[in-house]
Design a protein around this ligand. Structure first.
Ligand SMILES: [Zn+2]
Ligand SMILES: [Zn+2]
Length: 217
């Protein structure tokens, strides 16, 4: 059984999920400003940055992708939706909000561009890429149908949804994305910020969809 652990969330960092499978991967990497703390958490699993083979970014924001660079330097590959790959490659500071966080992003190499329907096989764990724009144009969620895990980035949280008023945000697209997610069977929700929902997480996703649908967007 593949293991999934939450190893981040310091300061302004996004949650960082460590997946230990045939491939050792991270979902998001935080800002990079708390790299020493992240490294200590990795060490609890007898891992060092050079053991991380793949980072899957849920979107381009600095609080999720700023930390990629330190792992790339240690040999890790980065993946992100094709619509946001160029932002990381050229080290965009605006759409990624790097400036707003008081940091600098990239530039960095993106090894794999992700698209709707892609399957990322880490070993026992196989993640399906769902393109869910709204928070940003290239936001994705990652769904694991066997254990019904949903890594939801900044699209949906334990309580609430991601902002749609940032660059490339789109309220109508967010509503569509939530409608789609609300149809999934989700046991465990692993969002980009805040607590993990361990059980019957589809209730939270459906509630988020209903609230947005009934508010006047
Ligand atoms: Zn975020
Ligand atoms: Zn974000």
């Amino acid at each position: 059984m593949a293991e999934v652990h939450s190893i981040g969330g310091f300061g302004f960092d996004s949650n960082i999920y460590l997946i230990i499978d045939e491939t050792v991967a991270l979902i998001d990497a935080g800002t990079g400003m708390n790299f020493e703390s992240v490294k200590r958490n990795l060490a609890d699993f007898n891992l060092k940055p050079g053991d991380i083979e793949l980072i899957i970014n849920t979107h381009c924001h600095f609080d999720h992708a700023g930390g990629d660079r330190d792992f790339v330097a240690a040999g890790c590959e980065v993946s992100i939706h094709e619509l946001e790959a160029e932002l990381l490659r050229k080290g965009d500071q605006t759409i990624t909000l790097a400036g707003g966080f008081g940091g600098r992003l990239g530039p960095m190499e993106v090894a794999r561009e992700l698209r709707e329907g892609d399957r990322i096989k880490l070993g026992k764990l196989k993640l399906e890429v769902l393109h869910t724009p709204g928070h940003t144009l290239g936001s994705i969620c990652l769904y694991e149908p066997k254990q019904r895990l949903l890594f939801s980035g900044d699209t949906v949280f334990c309580e609430g949804i991601g902002r749609v008023d940032l660059p490339t945000g789109d309220a109508a697209a967010m509503l569509k994305s939530l409608r789609r997610l609300a149809r999934l069977e989700v046991q465990k929700l692993l969002p980009g910020h805040g607590p993990v929902v361990e059980e019957s997480a589809d209730m939270h996703v459906r509630m988020a969809h209903r609230l947005v649908k009934e508010s006047r967007w």
